[in-house]
Write a protein that binds this ligand. Structure first.
Ligand code: CO
Length: 636
C-alpha cells in the first residue's frame, strides 16, 4: 500500500512540478553538507535539456534535479553570496556551489530579521521619538533591497537592506498613508545591526488615513447585478497533471522562483501534426526604477523577480474573487527557510473566457452574415511583492494568437510632503500631503522559440513611407521592409510606434503553401525602455531594460536576464554580458527577450489602492498557417 502510494506520487514527466516530498528530501541532502545553518531562499526544478525532453518517452525513468539557493550566515565565517546547490534526487548527490558574485535572493527570513534589527536599534527609536512616534508596535517597516547601494560601512559579502517606515493607526490600517519621511535604516543582516541611520529631517505625517476595505468606506454603491458564467458541460480544456490541452493548443505550466509562471513546450495541433512554437516562455526578470531625485527614492530599483523571487510570492487564489467561471487550479510548492515545503493552494488559475467577436462579415448581395465568437484560454498567477501586486496572464486564442498581459495593482510608493513643497514633476500629490514618486515597471520576457523546430531566424519589420517619385507620384505609398537581424549586437532594438515596428521569428526551412517561411511575429505595445542614465547602477544591474528587444543564440544557462544572483550584484551580468560575444543568430536556435512595461506617473485615482494597469505583447502567426486557422470553427 505504502509502495503504491509513493509510486503514484513519483513524477511521470520531467517537467512535473516539484512535490513536497522532493523538496524536503533535497533540502535534507543539501543540509547534510551545508549544516543546520543553511537558510533556503528558493527551490527550482532543473529543467532537462531540450534534447532530453524531446527524447523522453512516457514510462521512462524521470530525471529529478533540484536547485536550492540560500545562505548560511552568521558566523563571520564566509563573507560570500551564499550557496547554489544542485541536488540529484535519483542518485542522491548534492553539489554545493558558492555564489561569488551577488547574493542569494531576499528571503522571508531576511525580511523578518531586518524589521527586528531596525526596531531594536536605539538610533532608529530615537529618530522615531523625534517624530512624535512612540508606539513602535504599529510601525510598519518595509525592508528594501539595498540594490546597487549597500551602505559603504557594510562589508562586501554581507547581506544588506534599506529599511523605511510607515505608521499604522492599528494593525489593520494601511501604513502607506503615513510614510515616515526622511529616515532610512541601513541594515547589515549578516552582522545583525543597523550599520547607518540616514536622516534627512522631520516631515509631519500626512493627515488622512488610507483604508481601502469595504467597511472603511463612507458609503457603498449598489452591487452590480449577478453575472454568472457557467459551462454546464465542464471546461473545454483537459488537465493531466500540469499538461494542458485546449482547442489545438498543448503545453505544460509551472511556477519558477525567478521566472514566475512558465509555459513549457507550447505547440499547436495542426491536422495530425503537433507543431512546436515556444519551448519555454516566461518572465526572465524585471526592475522597478524610481525617477524621483528625493534621497528616499532615487536609489530604488528593485528586481522583483531576481532579487525578491517573485515566484515565491505567488498568491493563493479565491474562486469568485480572483477568478470567475469554470476554473481549474494548480497548486505550487515552495520552500521555507528551514527546508520544509510550503504548499500554495490554487496558485495557477486556468479557465476559458468569451472574448467577443473572432471574425465576421455581412454580405450585402446575399444578405447573409457569418460570425464566430472568440474564446481564449487564460492561464494566470498573481504575486504580492511588498506594496505591489503583479498578475501574469497568458492568453491563447482560437486563431493561433498568443498574448501576455501583465496586470499591475496594489499600493504605490509614497512620500510625506509639507504643504508648499510639492514637486509634481517628480512626485505628484495623490492625497493631502502625500505624494507618489514617478517610476517605471519594466518586465523582460524570455521567449525560447522553437518554431517548427529549433532552427529559426529573426527579422525586424518596419513600415516606411516612399519618397515622392515616378512610382509614387501622389506621395501615398509606404512599404514593409524586412531586415534580418544577423547577430546579437544587431538585435538590440527598441519599439518604434511610428514605423509599426515588429519582429518576426521564421523557420527558413519550412515553407507555407505560398512558398514563404512559416513565421510568428512579436507585436509590441507602446512600451518604454529604461530612462535612467547608461552610467547608472540600475542600467548596469538591469541592463535588459535598456532595450525592448534582444535576441541571443540559445544557451541553456541563460535564463535570467539580470543573471542568476542579482541581489547585491554590482551589475553587468545577464544579457549585456552574454551578448558581448556577438554570436550569430541566423538559422540557429534563438531566444527572444522582450522588455515591456509602463512609466508610471501616479494619479489621485491610484490612491489608496491602484486600479489595474496593463502592459504586455502579442505573438501572432504570420504565414504559420495557410489561411485563417479558425475557419473550421462551427457557427453558433
Ligand atoms: Co507603478
Amino acid at each position: 500500500m505504502a509502495a503504491a502510494e509513493s509510486l503514484s506520487l513519483a513524477p511521470s514527466h520531467p517537467l512535473d512540478p516539484l512535490t513536497e516530498e522532493e523538496i524536503q528530501a533535497a533540502a535534507m541532502l543539501a543540509k547534510s553538507q551545508l549544516g543546520e545553518r543553511a537558510s533556503f531562499c528558493s527551490v527550482a526544478l532543473v529543467e532537462p535539456s531540450k534534447e532530453a525532453l524531446q527524447r523522453f518517452a512516457a514510462g521512462a525513468a524521470v530525471p529529478r534535479k533540484l536547485r536550492l539557493v540560500g545562505y548560511d550566515y552568521p558566523a563571520g565565517a564566509r563573507p560570500d553570496g551564499g550557496f547554489d546547490a544542485l541536488v540529484d534526487l535519483v542518485s542522491g548527490a548534492a553539489e554545493i556551489r558558492r555564489i561569488s558574485h551577488g547574493q542569494a535572493p531576499i528571503s522571508y527570513a531576511d525580511v523578518v530579521a531586518a524589521v527586528t534589527i531596525a526596531k531594536q536599534d536605539p538610533g532608529w527609536q530615537a529618530a522615531m521619538r523625534q517624530r512624535g512616534i512612540e508606539d513602535f508596535e504599529n510601525v510598519q517597516i518595509d525592508p528594501w533591497p539595498a540594490s546597487g547601494y549597500p551602505h559603504a560601512s557594510i562589508p562586501a559579502g554581507h547581506r544588506a537592506h534599506r529599511c523605511i517606515s510607515f505608521v499604522r493607526e492599528d494593525k489593520a490600517d494601511n501604513g502607506y498613508a503615513r510614510p515616515v519621511q526622511g529616515l532610512i535604516a541601513h541594515v547589515d543582516l549578516t552582522a545583525g545591526r543597523v550599520a547607518h541611520l540616514e536622516d534627512h529631517g522631520v516631515v509631519p505625517l500626512p493627515p488622512e488615513s488610507g483604508r481601502y476595505d469595504a467597511a472603511s468606506q463612507p458609503r457603498l454603491r449598489p452591487a452590480p447585478k449577478p453575472l454568472e458564467i457557467s459551462q454546464p458541460q465542464g471546461p473545454g480544456f483537459t488537465l493531466n497533471g500540469n499538461a494542458i490541452a485546449w482547442q489545438n493548443w498543448e503545453f505544460r505550466v509551472t511556477v519558477h522562483p525567478i521566472n514566475g509562471l512558465v509555459l513549457h513546450q507550447l505547440g499547436y495541433r495542426d491536422g495530425g501534426e503537433l507543431r512546436p512554437i515556444l519551448h519555454r516562455a516566461a518572465l526572465s526578470d524585471m526592475v522597478v526604477p524610481y525617477g524621483d531625485t528625493d534621497p528616499m527614492h532615487r536609489w530604488k530599483h528593485v528586481l522583483d523577480a531576481g532579487e525578491a523571487s517573485i515566484g515565491n510570492c505567488v498568491n493563493s487564489l479565491m474562486l469568485g474573487c480572483d477568478c470567475v467561471g469554470e476554473i481549474r487550479y494548480l497548486d505550487h510548492v515552495a520552500i521555507n527557510p528551514n527546508g520544509a515545503a510550503r504548499r500554495v493552494e490554487r496558485a495557477i488559475c486556468i479557465h476559458e473566457e468569451d472574448y467577443g467577436i473572432l471574425w465576421k462579415h455581412h454580405d450585402g448581395h446575399s444578405q447573409t452574415t457569418e460570425v464566430r465568437r472568440s474564446r481564449r484560454l487564460v492561464v494566470s498567477t498573481f504575486h504580492t511583492v511588498g506594496n505591489y501586486e503583479y498578475g501574469f496572464y497568458w492568453y491563447l486564442y482560437l486563431d493561433g494568437t498568443i498574448q501576455m498581459e501583465v496586470k499591475l495593482t496594489g499600493i504605490v510608493g509614497v512620500s510625506a510632503v509639507p504643504s508648499g513643497k510639492e514637486r509634481p514633476e517628480f512626485a505628484p500629490l495623490i492625497a493631502p500631503n502625500l505624494a507618489s514618486p514617478i517610476h517605471q515597471h519594466l518586465f523582460c520576457f524570455r521567449l525560447d522559440f522553437d518554431l517548427d523546430g529549433p532552427v529559426n531566424s529573426v527579422y525586424e519589420l518596419n513600415t516606411e513611407p516612399l519618397p515622392v517619385g515616378e512610382d509614387n507620384p501622389d506621395g501615398t505609398a509606404f512599404r514593409s521592409v524586412a531586415r534580418l537581424l544577423g547577430s546579437e549586437a544587431q538585435a538590440q532594438r527598441n519599439v518604434d510606434v511610428a514605423r509599426s515596428r515588429s519582429w518576426k521569428v521564421v523557420n527558413p526551412n519550412r515553407l507555407n503553401r505560398l512558398g514563404a517561411p512559416v513565421a510568428y511575429r512579436l507585436l509590441p505595445g507602446a512600451t518604454p525602455t529604461l530612462l535612467a542614465a547608461p552610467s547608472s547602477k540600475v542600467a548596469a544591474r538591469a541592463g535588459f531594460a535598456r532595450h525592448n528587444l534582444w535576441v541571443t543564440r540559445f544557451d541553456e544557462s541563460e535564463i535570467n536576464a539580470a543573471g542568476d544572483h542579482p541581489n547585491l550584484h554590482p551589475g553587468g551580468a545577464g544579457l549585456p554580458a552574454w551578448t558581448q560575444e556577438d554570436r550569430s543568430i541566423e538559422e540557429t536556435d534563438i531566444v527572444l527577450w522582450h522588455t515591456v512595461g509602463v512609466t508610471h506617473l501616479p494619479r489621485p485615482e491610484d490612491w489608496p489602492v491602484m486600479p489595474v494597469e496593463y502592459c504586455g505583447f502579442m505573438l501572432q502567426p504570420v504565414g504559420f498557417f495557410d489561411r485563417n486557422p479558425a475557419l473550421d470553427l462551427p457557427a453558433h
